[in-house]
Design a protein. Structure first.
Ligand code: G1P
Length: 275
């Protein structure tokens, strides 16, 4: 039902300098797999097979990652080393990858709007690959697609965070329809704890209906002078319906060094399998 997934991957990754000086932050490996590949695998598991990437200057490694590396593959063909390529080959076989470039960094909302040309007029998933989500069974996007089938409106992933962390996230408030599911009536991008409407933080997984593009076009710059997806989603919630879903699974903030190290340890202990 939802075939396309948008990956805004144009950001600088300043917190990981110098590692990210010439390498995209989305290519940082958690053990042996780049962050963005975890996101793509999650989208494939949710039934999506058209990956749309909003890239920028210095991000060619991402495009190359999702293509054949002819020389390398030729060199190791027929040897035991070929097994190391199994996971990426599987991904490439199951999905198409299209790219467009965001020329200026004007915020997440602007990145999503830049992706309109790849998405068109249909509902789509969004993955912010900094947020690594790991769980048994259905991944976060697959859980959200199920809800989309029921509600046919935008769905955002949320998680409770400590009160002193609200300034790192978009924060929502809403009416609880059942445990872990809210109809959103307020959203604020990165509020101070005293201004936060709750401690329910937006995590980087969304299902968006395509009317979000028209709303984004009309959304003025918000927090930090950037066009915020959170502001556009609030408009969408006020005009119609947006649902927030406290997903099942673990999430690591791989946009921070602490979260990245935690994710690495967790994946090494619990997920990684030696080839
Ligand atoms: C973005 C969103 C924010 C959300 C966060 C999740 O912020 O603007 O609402 O809570 O992703 O990771 P960023 O972390 O890109 O600054």
């Amino acid at each position: 039902m939802i075939k396309k997934c948008l990956f805004p991957v144009a950001g600088y990754g300043t917190r990981f300098l110098p590692a990210t000086k010439s390498m995209p932050k989305e290519m940082l490996p958690v053990v042996n797999k780049p962050l963005v590949q975890y996101g793509v695998e999650e989208a494939i598991q949710a039934g999506m097979n058209q990956m749309a990437m909003v890239t920028g200057r210095g991000k060619r490694a991402i495009t190359d990652h999702f293509d054949i590396s002819y020389e390398l593959e030729h060199q190791i063909a027929g040897s035991t080393k070929e097994n190391y390529l199994a996971s990426i080959r599987e991904v490439i076989d199951q999905a198409s990858f299209t790219m467009t470039r965001q020329r200026e960094m004007k915020g997440l909302g602007h990145a999503i709007l830049t992706g309109e040309t790849l998405i068109g007029n249909e509902p789509f998933g969004v993955v912010l690959s900094d947020d690594l989500c790991i769980n048994d069974g259905d991944g976060v996007l697959a859980q959200m697609v199920k809800l989309y089938k029921q509600f046919r409106c935008s769905i955002i992933a949320i998680q409770e965070v400590p009160n002193d962390q609200t300034e790192k996230y978009g924060i929502i408030a809403g009416e609880a329809l059942k445990e872990g599911l809210y109809r959103v009536d307020d959203m604020v991008e990165k509020p101070k704890p005293e201004d936060a409407p709750s401690n329910m933080a937006i995590i980087g997984r969304y299902i968006l209906t395509p009317d979000i593009f028209d709303i984004l076009r009309e959304t003025p710059p918000g927090k930090g002078g950037e066009i915020q997806l959170t502001d556009a989603l609030l408009t969408q919630a006020q005009n119609g319906c947006v649902m927030a879903y406290a997903f099942k699974g673990r999430r690591f903030d791989c946009g921070s060094v602490d979260g990245f190290v935690e994710a690495t340890n967790y994946v090494y202990e619990n997920v990684y399998q030696e080839v």
